[in-house]
Write a protein that binds this ligand. Structure first.
Ligand code: FMN
Length: 147
């Protein structure tokens, strides 16, 4: 069974709800999953060689929420080839930089040699007002890719 750290970036709690439902699903499948609401780089580093799941929305003009920005900054100079990750991006396609926060995170991790498990999920608030109805099936499928 896998150990998964779920790292959340949220403004109004939608991403936290998605993260908490993901934790419930993963735990129900026998994995060890923990949610980090105000994530620190030390939390992140404890998942080297394990799995992280980033669940973040987008604010401003394609920016990351304040709750995850400190982590994002602290990760800048790392090389993380032993990290395996998944990413769920929440956004709204009526904004210019759709899911820009999640895309920025994914780009950083790709540059650092981390291995993405599955495709990034992008949830559009203007299409799906209940993000967990989209993320829950994705998490079930993502879990089949964990070793
Ligand atoms: C001030 C503001 C700026 C936003 N900017 C963007 C954006 O640039 N791109 C995008 O895709 N979504 C944008 N959104 C939409 C949010 O990312 C979306 O509503 C998301 O579901 C919020 O999730 P949260 O409660 O976890 O923060 C913005 C929302 C607000 C309120």
């Amino acid at each position: 069974m896998a150990e998964i750290g779920i790292f959340v970036g949220t403004m109004y709690g939608n991403s936290l709800l998605v993260a908490e439902e993901a934790q419930t699903i993963l735990a129900g499948l026998g994995h060890q999953a923990k949610v980090f609401e105000d994530p620190l780089v030390a939390d992140w580093e404890s998942y080297t060689g394990k799995y992280v799941l980033v669940v973040t929305s987008t604010t401003g003009q394609g920016d990351l929420p304040d709750s995850i920005m400190p982590l994002f900054k602290d990760l800048q100079d790392m090389y993380q080839p032993h990290l395996r990750y998944g990413i769920i991006a929440l956004g709204d396609s009526t904004y210019a930089n759709f899911c820009g926060g999640g895309k920025r995170f994914d780009t950083l991790l790709q540059e650092q040699g981390a291995q993405r498990i599955g495709e990034m999920l992008m949830i559009d608030a203007s299409e799906d007002p209940e993000p967990e109805s989209v993320s829950n099936p994705w998490v079930m499928q993502w879990a089949t890719l964990l070793k």
